[in-house]
Design a protein around this ligand. Structure first.
Ligand code: AMP
Length: 114
């Protein structure tokens, strides 16, 4: 999508701080980190919200989680622990309408989230 920030990153028009990439997934550091490790894992195809996922995306969503698992291991938070979050729509706090998996770690996390 022409006006989507994350599609521009996939297209190379905006250069994020990339930590992982394969043919289906891109992962980069969040510009406003909420923890010592804060990475966003996105699909290379445009999907606006989790509500738009269909069964054909099953493998793609699995790839996103496997990318997060690898990033957590590479960044040294796999054993201490980390959190993965996907916000869906306004009430959950979604601000970029291209799905993304937040990967947060490097500090203790509280529950419930705010
Ligand atoms: P959400 O509020 O769940 O939609 O998350 C969107 C995330 O994108 C926020 O954590 C932002 O800090 C992050 N973000 C926005 N613009 C950029 C950017 N140019 N590079 C990296 N992360 C960004």
């Amino acid at each position: 999508m022409a006006d989507c920030l994350f599609c521009k990153m996939v297209a190379g028009e905006i250069k994020p701080d990339v930590v992982f990439e394969d043919d289906e997934v891109l992962a980069f550091r969040d510009v406003n980190p909420q923890a010592p490790l804060h990475v966003l894992v996105i699909p290379k195809i445009h999907i606006s919200t989790v509500n738009d996922l269909t069964p054909e995306h099953t493998s793609l969503v699995g790839r996103m989680y496997l990318a997060a698992q690898k990033i957590a291991a590479d960044e040294g938070v796999a054993e201490p622990g980390y959190r993965m979050v996907m916000n869906c729509n306004a009430e959950a706090g979604q601000s970029v309408y291209h799905i993304h998996l937040h990967v947060l770690g490097g500090r203790p996390m509280s529950w419930p989230p705010g």
